[in-house]
Design a protein. Structure first.
Lengths: 287, 265, 350
């Protein structure tokens, strides 16, 4: 009987329930992400100093009124480099998410729609790809295509695709089995129409939630690749590059540049993960 | 029934196996235009598999299916062919919740179907047709703007019936279409289905385990058990004097005044 | 039909006065909090079940029939506010805790519509059932096994030993529901709450399960609260039946009386709305509108008034009380008058 009451509840009540399910952690995550995006857009203009201009005399200087987070190994302002680096640290992951979501959904839809042989071929190919870690693929890509942001982005997109495809295949399959899809098929709507008009809109919340989770992973992976020298190349300001450049400071008791860059990565990743999980939870409670 | 009476739906020697399991074995029946037939059976009787084969949702394993005089045994080769078949046979499913897209308003759903089958229809004509369909199934125009979520089970089922009728089919398969409804709503929908049959001369194939619903809605019935037809004939005859032991058992299992549950077989 | 109408129908058994009810609900009301607003889901429900009696609870979706069972089993959702009392064997159920609550839980068993969601799919039938015995009654596993097989025999599963090694997915719905019934019997309950236990089953399987429940009721002196949407089924199986609508009881009467001579217009309309097995009717007497849940039902008028064809102005002027009539109880101000009118027609017809 509770089910009946919930079913009869007005749409307004549902929306309210969903926004309240975001909870305090979810709201904090949203605020953090809004700030991060603002930094990515306006960062280079907000930076108080030229992020690439250093002075050998300023190397490893601690926080001061002029340099809130101190200066790095080459005497560059850490705060300015963090702000300027936000864009490359987040744009790359964004492209990775979009590319892998598009490729993954197309494969998942194809497998779920055609089922049978097509599904088996796609699923087993994905399983094989699944065995290769993204970092390994990226290292290969960097070796073949030269190091840089693009090879890293392409390699990670390919590496994430099987993950997306496998998850969405299950979701699409479940949706495809519902009678309303059969009803549309019987009417003679084309497969593309049914996918675009029915399947994708109904699965979209899962896709968005998945995208936010992946974004966190991508930030981390690109930072790692940059740290390893396979991603963004120094002296470009980038959070991964900053960790790599300044790691010698940790041993010389100047951990602040490494820590501040590392913290940026962790905070964005955690915020994205919280948001992703909340969105998935909201979707589960929708029906 | 004479041959002069046009046949709407005819299946002959229909069969289907899944691996070693025989789901449907040599089933034949036909329904005249404007007639109403029940396919009666319990779970595992193969009645739903037959509906799926008629609808083309499942490949025909053996035998033939003809609707409106045309062969539909093999899968449709083109989209055009599928749409033509859609204008011959439609279906109303059991569950009014999952048979509608939660993100599409009822009017959007209906107008998409109307436009699919009548390409040349103007926007105004299409709107009129949607209004007419809503009215036909006893829904108010404001229901057209609603999402399924905002409607009761009975209203959703009316919307699903409107969708089936939008293609102006000659035959409608009612796959346990009233089984999930509340008693008071079930009566409304059964009356609606009877009215629509009178008004549109549409042919029904009712798939049901509910013998009282079968009595109310159909002229003839085919009783199935484990993929095989055990008895067929006029609905009245089958329910009043069942011949096959299984049909007798089914009949005795329906609760009523002074009912004693039959001992397990 | 007219003969039955004329015969003296004694709806509430007179033994109610002599035997203490096993379970008694006194003005039970439950409300839940929806978005800060208190919404009623049960309104002033008073029922009683005698030891060994089968009481039917009939209603459509939203009527509150399942919630009544949940309240009895203390399974109300978090934040639900309950008023009124539930007495089991004379004890206030909401005051129970600790050992007394555990003992109440083994006295009252519950079975559900879909046995598959109530049973762990990865454990064998034997594990599932012996666990109850070992955990609940501190029995040795071997002794437990014997009584499990015996219980399976009671619900008509003669090859119990073989079934013990099987898993839920290997059993049909009907068989699994019988296993569920057998598992509830292991704690030797005195009251079985059966929430639509046969709705998901085939007709012939339903008949089997009803047959088994009816045997158990007699053999074990088991009281059963039988919740269903099917008035005919309740009437066929239960001694007395209560009809619920909008979170309250509209009528309570002996099942035969409810079937042949319903007092409340809703009970009558519900019976008339079902298609008949024996005759095809030109038109079913459908009830207009849709069933209201307790939340939607009016508080200062008869909750069925909006759909009732016997409605008069007085019906919407005040909320009617549950009043005794012809040995039953009915919540309709016109029940007596309408019944007299029906009798008149019956006499004329003769």
């Amino acid at each position: 009987m509770t089910a009946v009451i919930t079913a009869e509840a007005s749409a307004g009540k549902l929306t309210r329930a969903r926004s309240s399910r975001l909870g305090i952690p979810g709201v904090v995550a949203v605020v953090v992400l809004v700030l991060a995006v603002a930094a990515a857009i306006a960062g280079p203009y907000l930076a108080p100093y030229d992020p690439s201009a250093g002075s050998p005399s300023g190397a490893w200087l601690g926080p001061s009124s002029g340099h809130l987070l101190g200066q790095d190994v080459q005497g560059r302002d850490v705060a300015s480099r963090l702000l300027a680096g936000a864009r490359s640290s987040m744009l790359g992951p964004l492209i990775v998410v979009v590319l892998s979501l598009v490729m993954g959904s197309v494969l998942a839809l194809l497998a779920a729609w055609r089922r049978g042989v097509v599904d088996s071929i796609i699923s087993s190919t994905m399983d094989i790809l699944f065995a290769f870690p993204g970092i390994l693929l990226a290292a290969l890509a960097a070796a073949v295509l030269d190091a840089g942001l693009w090879p890293a982005v392409i390699a990670l997109s390919v590496a994430y695709t099987p993950y997306v495809a496998r998850l969405l295949r299950g979701v699409f399959l479940r949706e495809r089995e519902l009678p309303y899809v059969a009803a549309a098929e019987i009417q003679g709507f084309s497969a593309i129409t049914i996918c675009l008009r029915h399947l994708i809109p109904n699965v979209l919340p899962v896709m968005v939630a998945q995208g936010t989770l992946l974004f966190g992973y991508a930030v981390l992976d690109i930072a790692i690749l940059s740290y390893l020298g396979l991603g963004i190349q120094p002296p470009s300001p980038d959070w991964g590059v900053m960790v790599s450049e300044n790691q010698s400071g940790v041993l010389q008791s100047y951990p602040l540049p490494v820590l501040s860059a590392g913290c940026c990565v962790v905070v964005v990743v955690v915020a994205m993960n919280i948001l992703g999980e909340r969105l998935l939870g909201a979707k589960d409670n929708e029906r | 029934m004479t041959r002069a009476e046009a046949v709407a739906l005819e299946v002959a020697g229909l069969g289907k196996t899944y691996g070693d399991v025989v789901a449907v074995d040599d089933v034949s029946f036909s329904i005249p235009v404007g007639g109403s037939m029940a396919l009666v059976g319990e779970s595992g009787s193969g009645k739903t598999t037959i509906a799926k084969m008629i609808m083309g949702l499942e490949r025909v394993g053996a035998g033939t299916v003809h609707a409106c005089g045309r062969d539909r045994t093999n899968p449709a080769r083109s989209l055009e062919e599928r749409r033509r078949r859609a204008r011959e046979v439609q279906i109303v499913f059991q569950d009014p919740y999952s048979s509608l897209d939660p993100h599409q308003t009822i009017a959007d759903m209906l107008s998409a179907v109307v436009r699919l089958h009548h390409r040349s229809l103007s926007a105004a004509d299409c709107r009129d047709r949607v209004a007419q369909l809503l009215d036909m199934v006893g829904l108010h125009e404001r229901h057209g703007q609603a999402l399924p979520r905002g409607m009761s089970g009975g209203q959703r089922q009316r919307a699903a019936i409107a969708r089936a009728l939008a293609a102006e089919p000659q035959i409608v398969i009612l796959d346990e279409s009233v089984a999930a409804l509340d008693v008071s709503i079930q009566a409304q929908v059964l009356n609606l289905l009877a009215d629509l049959r009178d008004r549109l001369n549409v042919t029904y194939l009712l798939i049901s385990h509910d013998l009282a619903v079968v009595r109310q809605l159909t002229d003839t019935a085919v009783v199935m058990r484990q993929g095989v037809v055990v008895e067929s004939g006029s609905t009245g005859q089958i329910l009043d004097s069942p011949q096959h032991p299984y049909t007798q058992h089914l009949r005795a299992s329906v609760p009523g005044p002074g009912w004693v549950p039959p001992r397990r077989a | 039909m007219t003969d039955l109408l004329d015969s003296d129908v004694d709806a509430t058994p007179s033994r109610l006065g002599e035997v203490r009810p096993l379970l008694e609900l006194q003005s039970l009301s439950v409300a839940i909090d929806v978005g800060g607003v208190e919404q009623p889901i049960l309104r002033d429900v008073s029922l009683s079940i005698l030891p060994g009696e089968a009481l039917g609870l009939v209603g459509e979706s939203g009527s509150g029939k399942s919630m009544t069972a949940k309240a009895i089993d203390r399974l109300l959702p978090d934040g639900a506010r309950q008023s009124g009392t539930i007495l089991f064997d004379g004890q206030d159920v909401s005051a129970l805790s600790g050992a007394a609550l555990r003992s109440y839980r083994s006295d009252v068993a519950m079975i559900f519509q879909d046995p598959r969601v109530a049973i762990n799919p990865v454990r064998s039938i034997g594990d599932f059932m012996t666990e109850i015995m070992v955990g609940n009654r501190r029995m040795r596993p071997r002794a437990a096994l014997d009584s499990v097989v015996e219980m399976l025999g009671r619900v008509g599963i003669s090859d119990g030993r073989r079934r013990l090694d099987q898993y839920p997915h290997e059993l049909s719905g009907g068989l699994l529901q019988r296993v569920m019934i057998a598992s509830t019997l292991l704690t030797q309950p005195r009251l079985l709450l059966a929430d639509e236990p046969t709705t998901a089953l085939d007709v012939s399987t339903q008949a089997e399960v009803i047959g088994i429940l009816s045997e158990l009721q007699q053999d074990l002196d088991l009281a059963i609260l039988f919740i269903t949407h099917d008035l005919e089924l309740a009437s066929a199986f239960c001694d007395r039946t209560a009809v619920m609508y909008g979170g309250e009881v509209l009528e309570m009467a002996a099942s035969t009386a409810l079937q042949d001579d319903p007092l409340h217009p809703y009970s009558a309309a519900l019976g008339a709305a079902r298609p008949r097995l024996n005759e095809r009717r030109a038109r079913l007497d459908a009830i207009p509108g849709r069933p209201l849940s307790a939340v939607e039902a009016p508080r200062d008028a008869c909750s069925f008034a909006a759909r009732c064809r016997h409605r008069v102005d007085e019906c919407v002027a005040a909320h009617p009380d549950l009043r005794p009539l012809e040995g039953g109880l009915v919540r309709c101000i016109r029940a007596g008058e309408l019944r007299a009118a029906r009798k008149e027609v019956g006499h004329d017809a003769r």
